[in-house]
Design a binder for this molecule. Sequence first.
Ligand SMILES: NC(=O)c1ccc[n+]([C@@H]2O[C@H](COP(=O)([O-])OP(=O)(O)OC[C@H]3O[C@@H](n4cnc5c(N)ncnc54)[C@H](O)[C@@H]3O)[C@@H](O)[C@H]2O)c1
Length: 445
Amino acid sequence: MRIGVIGAGYVGLVTAAVFADLGNDVVGYDKDEARIAILQRSELPFYEPGLEEMVRRNQAEGRLRFTTDVAEMVDFARVIFIAVGTPPDATGDTDLRQVEEAARAIARHMKDYKVIVNKSTVPVGTGDLVRQIIETHQTERVPFDVVSNPEFLREGSAIQDMLNPDRIVIGAPSQQVAMTVMELYAPLGRPILVTDIATAEIIKYASNAFLAMKISFINTIADLCEMTGADVEMVARGIGMDHRIGPHFLGAGLGYGGSCFPKDVLALIHTARRYGVDASIFEATDRINRSRVERFVRKMETVLEGLADKTIGVLGLSFKPDTDDLREARSLELIRRLLDAGARVQVYDPVAMPRVRPILGDAVEYSRNAYEAAQDAHALAIVTEWREFRQIDLERVRTLMRQPYIFDGRNIYHPERMARLGFYYYAVGRRFIPPNQGSGVRGSG
Ligand SMILES: NC(=O)c1ccc[n+]([C@@H]2O[C@H](COP(=O)([O-])OP(=O)(O)OC[C@H]3O[C@@H](n4cnc5c(N)ncnc54)[C@H](O)[C@@H]3O)[C@@H](O)[C@H]2O)c1
């Protein structure tokens, strides 16, 4: 099949690479010339495990190319995926301008039948909007169909997620149109749910809002655990063993970030309100999530008896491990609050350092590794649960620090072990265990 993909971001690029890898001929188009130039050199504009190799291989074998010429892409493709951004506007509602622009561009260059598949996360009704835009802007009256095919991949495991999804959702106007898209996915051998466009559009938001709700739920339980001496990790295990609940998305901590959950929950709030539906369950999810960083910093402030002139090492900047994406990253809010409180901040992330410099500038110190971030620190804050932080030499960390305080926003260590190692270890929703005697507090700080 000849496939075009509009948008060479996380979703568009992975879609293009995977469909090429499955043997299709794919043209990726993006209006960002710099991004396309990088891709034409077989490099990647962002970090995603395994993607560079897959892009390079398919380029070399002639199944994948990139262009800034939209006419060329539209002319070439029979199926066109729209995978552009759908960020929130100032009110939190979905800004659909990138989708609208993509639809207009397709319309202007269509000379024969196309299946236009929307992969961007869009509010219910956007399929109809795309159809209307194309009808209005077509220069030649040729038939076309619009399909909704929401994407569920996660950054950091995007290729595996796309090759091995729990389900593929196809919202199509007819069985025949659905078949065209189903054929593309058939080689994956994964469950396919065929439905109408509106249902497919809502499935995406309902999935993300449900997962976000689980996180806000366990964070509220974590607060209760902290007040009562219970252990949220055990509670999460205990409830997660119930197959009706499941063990996933029950990690207590600083809450969710990234380019999807925060904006998708807000978008769902707007959609519900627009239709007069009670949005309070989504509103609570969002409100609880927003309070997490402030609560965490308050705890640091109380334990450390103020943050002014304290040196705080921040481990992990990306919104989650295995990506350099900083969109809605908890780290940025945490660092802003620490700086506002007068702290000196030294940061480290295994891959996001180049991306964070343009955002934070001279406001923080940049460390080359976790040990450097710990050097002379009054406390360390763990913000992203990168694997390398789990395996770090904690004895060495303790000797480097001015005082052995760790605030763990992702609950990656065991409180008993940390106490044995001599740390004042504050996890989220877990009991505080005083460190063993004889653990050195170096200097008064
Ligand atoms: N990132 C994820 O993990 C993820 C997962 C599932 C769904 N989604 C959804 O997929 C969509 C895309 O997300 P993303 O993270 O890949 O976005 P992104 O910001 O990484 O990439 C979007 C790309 O589209 C390009 N673009 C924008 N308008 C264009 C136009 N008119 N013509 C050509 N190119 C254009 C931009 O230059 C950019 O390269 C969003 O709706 C998002 O909610 C994202």
